[in-house]
Design a protein around this ligand. Structure first.
Ligand SMILES: Cc1ncc(COP(=O)(O)O)c(C=O)c1O
Length: 410
């Protein structure tokens, strides 16, 4: 209990750091419950981004003048920050446009190089389209087969089923660490053991885990891990791929251009070592510095406290929704930060619209997880997702809005 009290105090303190949450001209509070789509940004990230774009701006890796050299140091320091955050090495971090691009990079480089017709990939029912479609594009190119791992009754990836499905023909397992719809959490070490037992690699989509759970690549034993900065209180337009160094070293280049080369002639081009080999063109300089600021901010808050806070809010909302007899809850009881539900007789979009009138922002839709919607037997769900600035008042406002929606729909 003491922990939760301390949490609540901390959250009140951080809320003021997010200008995106401030009420305008004394208007009623805005209850932002769509952090799983994208997180609001603390002032520290905004300041770092503005300074990088203004006061400190210059290109990286090429300039011979001091400003460019300083910017290069800051950009490469950002890579180190990401590496420390993940518990990896800095030469294992590739900056990408986001998680989506990171997964496509793996599919189109490692996948094309290593997979062939007859090989198999295992994904799960709850994957985001970003962790389905790149593998389908790879299937079209190479003839690999895709298997789908079922879920447990409460909506976690069923690792016992995964063990039964996996065979030596499987070369890759690609699972979400935290479901963006259900909030269910994958036991990554267990998934890695299963994948490695048949000689497959494990790719983990960490989009929803990175802002909520402490990560340690050495302990987790995944082979690839991806995330997006904008869900982690950082800017849009940047994310990262972490891959084990020996794997990254063996991967062919993806996009060609400046920065990724060693020597170019018309006859033959040789390439830079990883990770530069995968970063063609002028990189996301400002965004990388914003990402590093976001990681610094999140680490100062503390990942263990973040997880406790997000578990507390998910449990509390599930408890409140569970008291109603007109609500169907999806996902497991021990979900983290994300709760999906349905209100009987009300389309999630109608619910979302009425809640908006009440100053409550939720997400309504398929959440880029149409196969999961098919599995749940619904076209869409209502989803409330929390951040470190969320608190019990957001849950109260949501419950009040649901009650009003009930009165309107009868
Ligand atoms: C679990 C999961 N994977 C992948 C993505 C894709 O992230 P991005 O659009 O930032 O590339 C998201 C974003 O919604 C997500 O929640």
């Amino acid at each position: 209990m003491n922990d939760l009290v301390r949490e609540a105090g901390d959250v009140l303190a951080v809320k003021g750091e997010f200008p995106g949450l401030a009420s305008v001209d004394g208007a009623a509070d805005w209850h932002y419950l769509d952090t799983a789509a994208t997180a609001q940004k603390p002032q520290a990230v905004i300041d770092a981004t503005v300074n990088a774009l203004g006061r400190d701006y210059a290109t990286v890796h090429r300039g011979v003048y001091a400003r460019s050299a300083e910017m290069t140091l800051a950009f490469e320091a950002a890579r180190r920050t990401v590496a420390e955050f993940l518990g990896g090495r800095e030469d294992e971090i590739v900056f990408t446009r986001g998680a989506t691009e990171a997964i496509n990079l793996v599919a189109q480089t490692w996948g094309v190089q290593n997979l062939k017709a007859g090989d198999r990939i295992l994904v799960s029912v709850l994957e985001h389209h970003s962790n389905i479609v790149p593998w389908q594009l790879l299937r079209d190119r190479t003839g690999v087969e895709i298997d789908v791992c079922p879920l447990t009754a409460d909506g976690s990836i069923d690792l016992e089923a995964a063990e039964r499905i996996l065979t030596p023909a499987h070369k890759l397992v690609a699972f979400a660490h935290v479901s963006n719809v259900l909030g269910s959490v994958l036991h990554v070490e267990h998934a890695a053991r299963l994948a490695h037992a048949v000689g497959a690699k494990l790719l983990v989509d960490g989009c929803q885990a990175a802002p909520r759970i402490a990560l340690d690549m050495k302990a987790m034993q995944a082979d690839f891990y991806v995330f997006s900065a904008h869900k982690l209180y950082g800017p849009t337009g940047i994310g990262a791929l972490w891959a084990r160094k020996d794997i990254l070293d063996g991967m062919p280049p993806w996009q060609g251009g400046g920065s990724m080369i060693d020597r170019v002639t018309f006859e033959k081009t040789t390439y830079a070592p990883a990770p530069q080999r995968f970063e063609a063109g002028t990189p996301m300089i400002v965004e990388a510095i914003g990402l590093a600021a976001a990681i610094d901010w999140l680490r100062a808050f503390g990942l263990d406290r973040a997880e406790a806070h997000e578990r507390h809010l998910a449990a509390k909302l599930r408890e409140e929704l569970g008291k109603r007899n007109d609500v169907t809850l999806f996902g497991p009881a021990d979900s983290v930060g994300i709760v999906s539900f349905a209100l009987d007789g009300v389309h999630p979009h109608d619910l979302g619209t009425i809640l908006d009138e009440e100053g409550v922002a939720i997400r309504a839709g398929h959440h880029c997880a149409q196969p999961l919607m098919d599995h749940l037997g619904v076209p869409a769900t209502a989803r409330a997702s929390f951040g470190l600035y969320s608190d019990d008042s957001d849950i109260e406002a949501l419950m009040k809005g649901i009650e009003r929606t009930r009165r309107i729909f009868g």
